[in-house]
Design a protein around this ligand. Sequence first.
Ligand SMILES: NC(=O)c1ccc[n+]([C@@H]2O[C@H](COP(=O)([O-])OP(=O)(O)OC[C@H]3O[C@@H](n4cnc5c(N)ncnc54)[C@H](O)[C@@H]3O)[C@@H](O)[C@H]2O)c1
Ligand SMILES: [Zn+2]
Ligand SMILES: [Zn+2]
Length: 345
Amino acid sequence: MKALVYHGPGKKSLADAPKPALLLPTDALVRITKTTICGTDLHILKGDVPTVTEGRILGHEGTGVIEEVGTAVDHFGVGDRVLISCITACGKCEYCRRSMPSHCEHGGWTLGNKIDGTQAEFVRIPFADTSLYPIPEGVDEEAMVMLSDILPTGFECGVLNGKVQPASTVAIVGAGPVGLAALLTAQFYSPAEIIMVDLDDHRLSVAKRFGATATVNSGDGKARQTIMKLTGERGVDTAIEAVGIPATFELCEQIVAAGGTIANIGVHGTKVDLHLEQLWDRNITVTTRLVDTVSTPLLIKILRFHKIDPKLLITHRFKLGQILEAYETFAHAADTRALKVIIET
Ligand SMILES: NC(=O)c1ccc[n+]([C@@H]2O[C@H](COP(=O)([O-])OP(=O)(O)OC[C@H]3O[C@@H](n4cnc5c(N)ncnc54)[C@H](O)[C@@H]3O)[C@@H](O)[C@H]2O)c1
Ligand SMILES: [Zn+2]
Ligand SMILES: [Zn+2]
């Protein structure tokens, strides 16, 4: 089968790989219909994720059709159309029972990381019963692909951890796919203001269309002053960090209001300063989280009832045979204006 294979930092190819086989009775084999590329795949290609070894098939998002199921799989059968969650989880260990499947003792984020992933014609999914979701009749499959990772990430790590409330003030730093997913899902709670911050004016204009009440280009180094002015010098109740660099986390520390929450989403590769000398008396909360995908059933229901349209995040479409071109397009988003790219097999 065709697959996107990682060969070490900076190296990848579209290669011929053996079709996966079931290894355990709880596995399912899924024929991929649609997949996509995540910012995290770019981190892997930079060599930032040491758990990914040479020869690994990348990808942790996608939809498909079940080709084969192990003898212990109860809830799915051959021919079922499914959403693949970026988190595969046993459903039984202590972390799974504590609604923290991201830290499952037998799974977690494994796809396209510790085991072969979804940027291929077929993928083996461990713990199929607790890692796959049926695609309901009438729900758009491309929109579903956004539920493998980015929608639950923006919602759980940003909006839920950030305790977005009716009439509250929110700032989201980073208007990439994840920041925009937080913007879409923050609106479930009717905050009064959502201020989006980025360096890219195109992404900020997309954010405006998606419901941001104000946008701030932080390229002038005055984002803090601008946001304080926008909020009557109070700051924001929720500051969501959706970039993953020290400057953006520190901006969140500077703009959080007394009693507010900093909800970190970004994957950080370097040391970031926590300014307790400025924050100790501010009654704030700082949260971190690896997406658990525990909100996926809720998000599927929201799609079924057309309460949000994550398909708006899709800007480009490719065939699996063009996946190298898809990576180029996605990696040069400032020039190509790419948000999410769909790859069809
Ligand atoms: N916690 C989790 O479970 C989880 C899951 C998925 C992704 N992530 C992480 O979330 C982050 C966002 O993901 P994404 O796919 O949207 O990434 P992305 O790279 O597409 O988007 C980041 C955005 O930040 C902007 N940006 C860069 N530097 C900036 C600065 N100094 N000030 C303001 N904006 C700046 C960029 O222009 C871009 O629009 C990444 O770090 C990703 O690895 C975390
Ligand atoms: Zn991802
Ligand atoms: Zn588990």
